[in-house]
Design a protein around this ligand. Structure first.
Ligand SMILES: Cc1cc2nc3c(=O)[nH]c(=O)nc-3n(C[C@H](O)[C@H](O)[C@H](O)COP(=O)(O)OP(=O)(O)OC[C@H]3O[C@@H](n4cnc5c(N)ncnc54)[C@H](O)[C@@H]3O)c2cc1C
Length: 444
């Protein structure tokens, strides 16, 4: 194959997980990516000097390996930014997380949230919560749940928190102690808390600068990335992937494309596997890339917006993190929308843009609604995997079946999980070790 050894490992999808697998592969590989550019969700688009990720992609590193790798690849090009995250609720901007920073809200709301927290704390209910709604009521009480946890998470996940299991949230939802909640209610809490109080971001070019740097490490001596090459189908008995009119034999597959897409492409699936794959749920995210004519008055990097009267649940300002993300004296923002109905167009899209501009002005993210130069609508088909009651049994069954056929699902949508860019880079390294062991066992 074009002077390279025939591939042993076929990598499906060229997002960060697939790229990382190609970086770490010790065996001949081929990567198949349907888009004309590598990077998946970790890409950045430019329009008229404004730069936009596929909504804010802030890099958080905790593993020594990825820290060293990024330092080598990007050095000073990667800037550390101290996070300024806020919550916009009841007309006030408060610090994040809401539950530990009630100061600034109307007094009646603070009272309701504090009393609810104290009541929950006195109850001390330690039974495993049946779902995410119960988790919120148990840990935060009725007021914080009503004003933030339930409406925000409903807007974010696109399903009510009672449909989501509680297991996933322990890593991601900070639970403050009573003294911290009281300190936050009277305005004496530390400035930022929770995990991730700072983040890294490329000085120029958005998150794709990081992605591109990683691609320079792909082992092109033993493999190649084929762009604009969607995977058509997979025959697990014949151990062949079909793509771009070719038939590619494999010893192992690293599958990073969304799990339901993978199963749709596997020929002759057993009925019980097809049924389990049918139980996987995921919500899309629609968002606006917004450019302003003037500087943004706000100093925050992003805000959480729980109230239903606003059509968005999170807004971020790229140009507040790195000024090069917009022309001088202007701003570039992302606005993540809560509506998952039919994609708006015509009058409906005009109305949406109007409501978003008014909401942005109300939150102080932009100076006035007239300040919006353009607001382009985009969509991520796969954004948030839903951790419902079927989740654990279905994913365990599907993963076992795939690995029995030497197909290793990895990454956010391959593993069908909630994770971040660093996890994907690490998963690409881990899977190469795992499949090397498997191939050696077969050979022994
Ligand atoms: C709204 C949102 C915000 C986020 N913000 C952050 C953040 O701030 N910080 C952070 O660390 N992480 C963030 N993440 C998570 C981060 O985007 C992911 O963890 C990571 O980018 C996933 O990489 P991946 O390679 O596993 O999947 P993907 O990036 O989805 O890559 C999969 C690839 O497969 C390709 N593909 C699909 N179907 C086919 C096919 N049939 N044939 C060939 N190729 C195919 C796709 O084109 C894509 O390139 C965010 C995610 C979302 C949804």
């Amino acid at each position: 194959m074009r002077g390279r050894p025939a591939p042993e490992v076929v990598i499906l999808g060229g997002g960060l997980t697939g790229i990382s697998a190609a970086v770490h592969s010790t065996r001949p590989w081929v990567l198949l990516e349907r888009n004309s550019r590598l990077g998946g969700h970790a890409r950045t688009d430019e329009r008229d000097g404004y730069w936009f990720d596929k909504t804010g992609h802030w890099l958080h590193l905790r593993d020594p390996y990825t820290k060293a790798l990024m330092a080598e690849l990007l050095g000073d090009e990667l800037v550390r930014v101290d996070r300024k995250a806020r919550v916009f609720s009841n007309g006030a901007l408060t610090r994040y997380p809401f539950q530990a920073n009630l100061y600034g809200l109307p007094p009646a709301v603070i009272e309701e949230c504090l009393l609810g927290f104290i009541e929950a704390w006195q109850k001390g209910d330690t039974r495993p919560p049946a779902n995410f709604e119960e988790f919120c009521l148990q840990r935060f009480g009725a007021g914080i749940s009503r004003h933030f946890m339930i409406p925000y998470n409903h807007k974010l996940w696109g399903v009510h928190p009672r449909e989501i299991t509680a297991e996933w949230c322990s890593r991601f939802v900070p639970v403050p102690r009573l003294p911290e909640v009281v300190a936050g209610a009277v305005g004496s809490s530390p400035p930022e808390m929770g995990y991730n109080v700072s983040f890294l971001y490329p000085r120029t070019g958005g998150i794709e600068t990081m992605t591109r740097a990683l691609t320079t490490r792909m082992r092109t001596d033993i493999g190649e990335a084929r762009l604009s090459t969607p995977v058509d189908s997979i025959d697990v008995e014949a151990r062949r992937v079909f793509a771009g009119g070719e038939e590619i034999p494999y010893r192992a597959v690293v599958a990073t494309i969304p799990l339901p897409e993978l199963f749709r492409r596997i020929r002759a699936l057993p009925p019980e596997i097809e049924a389990a794959a049918g139980r996987l749920r995921c919500t899309p995210v629609r968002y606006l890339n917004v450019a302003t004519r003037n500087p943004v008055p706000a100093d925050f990097h992003w805000i959480y917006v729980p109230e239903e009267k606003y059509p968005f649940y999170r807004v971020g300002i790229y140009s507040n993190a790195l000024p090069a993300m917009a022309p001088q004296g202007r701003g570039s923002l992302y606005v993540e929308l809560s509506d998952r109905g039919p994609r708006p167009s015509g009058v409906a899209l005009d109305t949406l843009r109007h409501d978003v501009a008014a909401g942005l002005a109300a939150s102080g993210a932009i100076a006035s609604a007239d300040d919006v130069l353009f607001a382009d609508l985009h969509e991520l088909e796969y954004a948030y995997v839903v951790f419902d009651d079927h989740y654990y049994a279905a994913t365990a069954q599907l993963r076992a079946w795939l690995e029995a056929h030497d197909i290793f699902p990895r990454g956010r949508y391959g593993s069908w999980t909630y994770n971040a860019m660093e996890d994907c880079i690490l998963a690409g390294r881990e899977v190469i070790g795992t499949l090397d062991d498997r191939i050696s066992q077969h050979a022994a």
